[in-house]
Each structure stands twice: as C-alpha cells, then as structure tokens.
Write a protein that binds this ligand. Structure first.
Ligand SMILES: C[S@@+](CC[C@H](N)C(=O)[O-])C[C@H]1O[C@@H](n2cnc3c(N)ncnc32)[C@H](O)[C@@H]1O
Length: 111
C-alpha cells in the first residue's frame, strides 16, 4: 500500500480493482430497482465513495447524500483517481458538510 487512498480502500474492505467493481455493482442494483439520474440517493456509511463514486457520476448534480462518521475517509479520496475533484464539484455544497452537520445537530434534513 503506497497511498492513503489505497489504505482507506483496505479499511472499508474493497481494495484495488474490487473498489471499482463493487461500486459499479451497487449502482447496477439501484438502476435495476428504478433509480434514475433524477432520483435522490442517501447512503449510510459512504466510506471512501466506493459506491458513491459511480452513483454520483450517474445522478444529476446534488442528488446524492453520503453519511459517514469517519470523515477522514473523504480526505483520502481526494488522492484517488483523477476524476475525483470533478465528483466533488458535482456534489455541490450538500455533502461536504453533512458529517459536520450530523455531529453538530444529530440529524439531517433531506433535500
Ligand atoms: C463496508 S464500508 C462501505 C463503504 C461504502 N458504502 C462502499 O460501498 O464502499 C461501511 C462504512 O460504514 C461506516 N459506518 C460504520 N458505522 C456507521 C454508522 N453508525 N453510521 C454511518 N456510517 C457508519 C464505516 O465507517 C464504513 O466507512
């Protein structure tokens, strides 16, 4: 393991190519159950965006909310694949502060 991104993949249990395969499978499950780009998706335990990455790419902007107590996992994702910063831009302001919002208020209002 050379990078923080690789270390967090091990932490959440899907290292290497599995990180991408398991993420795509989770998006496929959502699609088979009627998820469209205009759907809203709430992920409890987003980890390092293994599922979040393909789901955010599929959804329209600001349709994904990922909750995660280990906020440092998201920092490590920034050192991941080159398209990552584009993903964060698509999230807008909704997810960036969710962990902090939960820590401060103990609740979160879906859009
Ligand atoms: C197996 S990982 C899955 C990560 C992500 N869903 C994925 O598909 O790659 C489970 C994640 O749930 C988080 N978690 C554990 N307890 C939680 C809780 N009570 N509320 C929200 N997330 C939690 C962990 O920190 C971990 O990142």
């Amino acid at each position: 393991m050379d990078t923080e991104f690789e270390r967090v993949q091990y932490y959440v249990g899907n290292p290497g190519e599995n990180y991408f395969i398991v993420g795509r499978l989770q998006l496929e499950l959502l699609q088979r159950n009627g998820c469209t780009p205009d759907s809203h998706v709430l992920e409890i335990g987003r980890g390092c965006l293994g599922a979040g990455r393909p789901i955010i790419q599929f959804l329209n902007a600001e349709r994904y909310v990922g909750l995660e107590p280990n906020v440092w996992l998201l920092d490590a994702v920034l050192g991941g694949p080159p398209d990552t910063r584009g993903l964060f831009a698509k999230l807008g302001r909704v997810v960036g502060g969710v962990s902090r919002v939960l820590q401060e208020t103990g609740s979160f209002q879906l859009p």
